[in-house]
Design a protein around this ligand. Structure first.
Ligand code: SME
Length: 161
């Protein structure tokens, strides 16, 4: 564990995000959320969404940061692992993760949360940091709670049809 990691008030961020997502439109809400997280969560170099727009393939969605890799299969990278398993991937050192896809050489740690709607992976939220070990369990729980707000306050149609 790295004691120098910043702490973030995710309860407050949740209230702010809930107010910000004042439409049920998924394009608007994912765009707003990517920008909100990128601004409010310290020490990120990328924040955004990959969406399952065809079966077992993630396509780049709204994001903040450098242009990114696209597409990402379910068998590829940290994002694919989150989509394939349906479980959050909290990676302290991306260089130690087999198959990690380096979109930005500056990235050192990563948090990827699957967005699951009615048992189906709709997409993932991906956060990258230039700091090793940036994401603590508390960050994972806080960002997962923000993802639940997105899921509850948005219409997330099946995009893979
Ligand atoms: N590092 C990710 C790819 C996406 S970028 O970080 C924006 C991965 O390994 O899936």
């Amino acid at each position: 564990m790295n004691d120098t990691r910043p702490t973030t008030d995710y309860v407050m961020l949740g209230r702010q995000l809930s107010a910000l997502l004042d439409t049920r439109d998924w394009v608007t809400n994912t765009s707003q959320m990517a920008a909100f997280i990128f601004q409010q969560v310290p020490d990120l170099n990328w924040a955004g969404f990959y969406l399952q727009r065809e079966s077992r393939v993630l396509r780049l969605g709204p994001f903040q940061g450098q242009p990114a890799c696209n597409p990402i299969g379910f068998e590829e990278g940290v994002c694919g692992a989150a989509a394939r398993t349906g479980e959050t991937q909290r990676v302290e050192d991306v260089h130690a993760f087999p198959g990690h896809i380096a979109c930005d050489a500056a990235s050192r740690s990563e948090l990827v949360i699957p967005l699951i709607k009615e048992g189906r992976v709709w997409g993932v939220l991906d956060l990258d940091s230039p700091l090793p070990g940036r994401f603590a369990v508390e960050d994972q729980q806080g960002i997962e709670a923000l993802c639940q707000i997105l899921i509850e306050q948005s219409d997330l149609p099946d995009l893979s049809g």
